[in-house]
Ligand binder design. Structure first.
Ligand code: S3P
Length: 166
């Protein structure tokens, strides 16, 4: 199947961009991130899109961006944390190498702090993280060919584990 060599999924703040860039370097391929594509296309931040247009509109934009990137990019591709909410997107990931970077809720709260830059976590980070993870964990797992627990590991260690598993 053409398309990305590796797709990274997992919650926001888990280190998809850092690990993704490390992987791309090690594999000598390009790195692409659908959040960056969306910001470039829309010429506004993700937070602005959420505030101005709402989450549903963001998800529609995201769905298109993921489809496009899967068709165009042949390196390492990182998806926004909520991209797997969409069933069609999950379907498009079937048969691909998908690495799920996982972390537990406490680690997520520590890493993202108050989550001000992330619209989904602005109110009560711990509770929202728990709900988010409970809802999404099965979806991440359903698309993943490799799962790497990132808790207590450096991005380099996570990248190495992912590489060894590919
Ligand atoms: C989101 C994750 C973010 C971004 C948006 C929504 C989510 O991407 O797409 O804020 O629903 O988990 P990152 O996972 O790259 O931070």
């Amino acid at each position: 199947m053409s398309g990305p060599l590796v797709v990274l999924v997992g919650p926001m703040g888990v280190g998809k961009s850092t690990v993704g860039q490390l992987l791309a370097e090690r594999l000598d391929v390009g790195y692409r991130d659908t959040d960056d594509d969306i910001v470039a296309e829309q010429d506004r931040s993700i937070a602005e899109i959420f505030v101005d247009d709402g989450e549903e509109a963001f998800r529609a934009i995201e769905k298109r961006a993921v489809r496009r990137a899967l068709g165009e990019h042949d390196g390492v591709l990182a998806l926004g944390g909520g991209a797997i909410l969409d069933a069609d997107t999950r379907g498009l990931l079937a048969g691909r190498r998908v690495v799920y970077l996982a972390m537990d809720v406490e680690e997520a709260v520590r890493r993202t702090g108050l989550g001000v830059a992330r619209p989904l976590l602005a109110v009560n980070p711990r509770k929202q993280w728990r709900e988010l993870m409970d809802a999404r964990r099965p979806l991440y797992e359903s698309v993943a060919t490799v799962v790497v627990a990132t808790d207590g590991r450096t991005p380099e260690e996570v990248g190495q584990i992912a590489l060894d598993a590919l």
